[in-house]
Design a protein around this ligand. Structure first.
Ligand code: ATP
Ligand code: ATP
Ligand code: MG
Ligand code: MG
Lengths: 228, 228
C-alpha cells in the first residue's frame, strides 16, 4: 500500500538546513500494523506528514496504492487524503469552536457515498468506540486532554479509511483508555485496514506486528514483532 | 505548602453541569514529590489549574504557602503565579510566533531580582537541562512534539520556582528523553522544590514519593511510595 524510495525532507531556515529525514526507503503491505519508534526529533512526525499527504518530500518518490503521489496537484492530494487516509495528529488539531460531534462529522461531509441520515449514526459509532458519547457537545476547550485525543481518534476512524496514521494516539490516555483505543485499532486491522502508529511506549508497540525505529531521519531498525 | 479544603469545581454549560472536581481535601508539604494519576477526564488538569492559580474553585478553600488564594484579586494572583509556580501545561501553551529561547526567557522578564545580562544564561541553562540547545531559534511550529514539550518544561524551571506543576510532562517523549527530564525534576526536588506531576505512566510515577489517584473528581487513593 505504501512505497517510499530515497525520501529526503529538508527544512530550510535561512542559512540553516534541518535534515528531518535524511533517507527513507520503506515498503508497507496492505493490512500491516506498523509501530514507528525513535527519539524525540528523530523524524517520526515528518515521516507521518509525508505519508499522510500533508507535506511533500524534498526529494524521492512516494507511491500510495500504486499512485505516484509526487505527481498529484493540491486538489487531488486533498481528495486522496480525505478518501483513503485517517490521521490522528500528535497535537490533535481539532477545530476550536466546534463540538466533538461536529469535529467527527467533518470527514463524513466529504464522503459522497453516504446519505445525510447516515452521518450522525456513523459519527456516534466512532465516538462510542472511544467511549466519548457523554461529551459530544463539548468544544475542545471544554474537554480534557485525553478526551480531545479521543475525538481526534474517532475523527480518523469515522470514514473507515484504508490507511490509518496515528501519531502518539495514547500520549494523553490512562492505561485503561489506551487499551480500549488499541483494541479498536486492532479490530480495524483485523478487518484489513493498514495502520501506521508512532509511539514512544513499548507496551503500545506490542500491538503492532512490525516495529520500525528512526534515528536522525533514517530507519535504523525494522523488525517483525510476531507472525502476522 | 499546599492546603485544599472541600474544593469543588463545576463547569456550567447551559442546563448541564459538569462536576469536574466533586470534593478535594489535600495537604502537600514543602519538598514533596507527588504523582497524580487517574482516568482520562477524572479531574487531574482541573486540579492542576486550581493549584496553579489559573482557575478558581467553585467553592472551598485554597491556601498556598499560608496565603488564602481565594481572597487574591487578579493582579495578585498573577504575581503569585509568576513568582512561586512553574507550570508545564498538558498542551504546552507555547507562544506561537516566538522562538524556543524567547518562550523560555518570558518568565525571567517578570523577575525583578535579575540583571538583564543574567537572563540569557539562565534561559540557556534551562534549555540545556532538557537537551534542547540546538533548537533555540526554532518557533513551536518548527519543533517536534517532544521538543515543544521540552521548551514548556524549560520555561517552567527557569525561574527556579518553589512549586512545579507538571501536567503529563513526558507524554510526547521517548524513554531516554523522559529519563533525562525526570532526573532534572528529581534534582530540583532534592534541592527542596515541591513537585506535583500528573502522569498516566506507572514508570514515571515511580520517581515520586507519594501517589494520589483521582476518580470522578475525588481522591480515591493517597499512598506514600517510599520513605522520603
Ligand atoms: N471548560 C469546561 N467546560 C465543561 N467541562 C469541562 C471543561 N473543562 C473540563 N471539563 C470536563 O471536566 C472533566 C475533567 O477534566 P480534566 O481536564 O480535569 O480531566 P483530566 O483528568 O485532566 O483528563 P486527561 O487525563 O484526559 O487529561 C472532564 O470530564 C471534562 O470533560
Ligand atoms: N517546520 C520545521 N522547520 C524546521 N525544522 C523542523 C520543522 N519541523 C520539524 N523540524 C525539525 O525536524 C526534526 C524532526 O521533527 P519531527 O517532528 O519529525 O520529530 P519526531 O520524531 O516526531 O519527534 P517527537 O517524538 O518529539 O514528536 C526535529 O529536529 C525538528 O526540530
Ligand atoms: Mg512527533
Ligand atoms: Mg488532563
Amino acid at each position: 500500500i505504501i512505497t517510499l524510495r530515497n525520501i529526503k525532507r529538508v527544512f530550510s531556515m535561512g542559512q540553516i538546513e534541518v535534515n528531518a529525514l535524511a533517507r527513507i526507503d520503506l515498503d508497507i503491505q496492505h493490512g500491516e500494523f506498523v509501530a514507528v519508534m525513535g527519539a524525540s526529533g528523530s523524524g517520526k512526525s515528518t515521516l507521518m506528514n509525508i505519508l499522510g499527504c500533508l507535506d511533500r518530500a524534498t526529494s524521492g518518490d512516494y507511491y500510495l496504492e500504486g499512485v505516484h503521489v509526487n505527481d498529484l496537484n493540491k486538489r487531488d492530494l486533498a481528495r486522496v487524503r480525505n478518501k483513503k487516509i485517517g490521521f490522528v495528529f500528535q497535537g490533535f488539531n481539532l477545530l476550536p469552536r466546534t463540538s466533538a460531534l461536529e469535529n467527527v462529522l467533518l470527514p463524513l461531509l466529504y464522503n459522497r457515498d453516504l446519505r445525510s441520515r447516515d452521518l450522525k449514526p456513523k459519527a456516534m459509532k466512532a465516538l462510542d468506540a472511544v467511549a466519548l458519547t457523554d461529551r459530544i457537545h463539548h468544544e475542545p476547550s471544554q474537554l480534557s486532554g485525553g478526551q480531545q485525543q479521543r475525538v481526534a481518534i474517532a475523527r480518523a476512524l469515522v470514514n473507515e479509511p484504508s490507511l490509518i496514521l496515528a501519531d502518539e494516539p495514547t500520549g494523553n490516555l490512562d492505561s485503561r483508555t489506551s487499551i480500549e483505543v488499541m483494541s479498536v485499532l486492532q479490530s480495524l486491522n483485523n478487518r484489513g485496514i493498514t495502520i501506521v502508529l508512532v509511539t514512544h511506549e513499548p507496551d503500545i508497540s506490542l500491538y503492532a506486528n512490525r516495529i520500525i525505529e528512526l534515528k536522525d531521519g533514517r530507519i535504523i531498525r525494522d523488525v517483525l514483532a510476531r507472525q502476522p
